[in-house]
Ligand binder design. Sequence first.
Ligand code: ATP
Ligand code: MG
Ligand code: FE
Length: 334
Amino acid sequence: VYVLGIETSCDETAAAVVKNGKKILSNVVASQMESHRRFGGVVPEIASRHHVEQITLVIEEAMRQSGVSFADLDAVAVTAGPGLVGALLVGVNAAKALAFAHGLPLIGVHHIAGHIYANQLVAEMKFPLLALVVSGGHTELVYMEGHETFAVIGETRDDAAGEAYDKVARALGLPYPGGPHIDRLAHEGEPVIDLPRAWLEEGSYDFSFSGLKSAVLNALHNAKQRGEEIDVRQMAASFQESVVDVLVTKTVQAAKEYRVRQVLLAGGVAANHGLRAALQDKMKKELPNVELIIPPLSLCTDNAAMIAAAGTVLYQQGKRADLALNANPSLPLV
Ligand code: ATP
Ligand code: MG
Ligand code: FE
């Protein structure tokens, strides 16, 4: 089964061809990061325009690199939501045009399902499993009893983990997106600054990062007023430790309670070295019989191979969209 995946939910224009939902034949990503950097975040209008400029080139390049022709394809899968509506529409319309022109089935994919299925490109998914989804817009613990069945057992009540990273990075004067910069600096500093951890109610798998973010902003503000310098590396290390501690503790706790066979890491923040190491470490100690899958960095951030992988499962389940498929900026996972 050959599936072309298309992803344009935010600021990367991406297309990929995946075989049997597991083998990447091509995975092309055109990032717009440079265009958004001077605004300190993604500007929706600029994102849409870049997608329009790039989409045809990116799809052609993905097809060329894969060595697969349109006649060999079995389906076209596209991110239908959630994301920026003007950005999503570019991918959805490109996918519809290709599906119509080549007589191919069209599959609408949820962006977060895509992030989770990035793991299927690394190893076979075994159920029941628990996925920790940590990205720019989402922080969720998702329990899966089988393919394409998602139960959200915990989620953020305010900021997403990636959002907190980007806001704190901005306050520290680091370029957008700040996650990778904090990650790098955290390894050069010691976590000596005392910052809060939001554990919430006993037994809750929900998250909250806005208090932590405010604590960092206050500490920076107070230091400035006193005319003191805050060591950016120490602050990065302290912030990262606080985020990672809560994410890893709750994930391992949930994995025990739900008796899962696998734990998967998904989303852009899954690229974080501190998170990857801490989760690996704690699982080895406390859940040595549970398999941990962590995708390579290029499959953690937005890409279309993950959309093709998730789309292949839907295709095999007989799920199809039609040409009325629309972009839904707040598409629910369940
Ligand atoms: P969503 O997937 O929720 O719709 P998104 O697609 O914008 O949001 P992703 O592309 O999955 O998000 O992830 C981007 C986020 O990942 C940004 O917030 C970025 O700072 C963060 N990020 C990337 N690399 C790292 C890292 N090494 N450490 C921490 N955060 C990181
Ligand atoms: Mg992005
Ligand atoms: Fe994403």
